[in-house]
Design a protein around this ligand. Structure first.
Ligand SMILES: [Zn+2]
Length: 107
């Protein structure tokens, strides 16, 4: 099992159900669930909020953006391919979070 340290308290996250992975400024950070909730209280501006990657809501958001990305990529109506590529980013970060951290942490 990989050792993952919480970004806020710097303690090792021991239980997989406590792990919250967060996308923030093109990096992935790790929090205890309780530390993440505390950190959310200090997020000031909507666009700089910490975005969790491994929650149910995030998974639903990822599926919708991925489907929208495929739609934009394969229906060429002029200039929509760039939007399609941008909409692939949430799925890419979710995949990286799962394959690199969550999957190995649960073993
Ligand atoms: Zn913590």
């Amino acid at each position: 099992m990989k050792k993952i340290r919480c970004q806020k308290c710097a303690k090792t996250i021991k239980r997989p159900q406590d792990l919250i992975t967060v996308f923030f400024y093109f990096r992935i950070f790790f929090y205890h669930e309780t530390c993440y909730e505390e950190e959310l209280q200090y997020a000031r501006f909507p666009f700089t909020n910490l975005i969790p990657l491994n929650t149910l809501l995030s998974n639903i958001f990822t599926v919708f953006t991925f489907l929208a990305a495929l739609t934009f990529l394969f229906t060429d109506t002029g200039g929509t391919r760039l939007l399609g590529l941008l909409l692939l980013l949430p799925a890419l970060y979710r995949l990286i979070s799962y394959l690199k951290w969550e999957r190995t942490f649960r073993k």
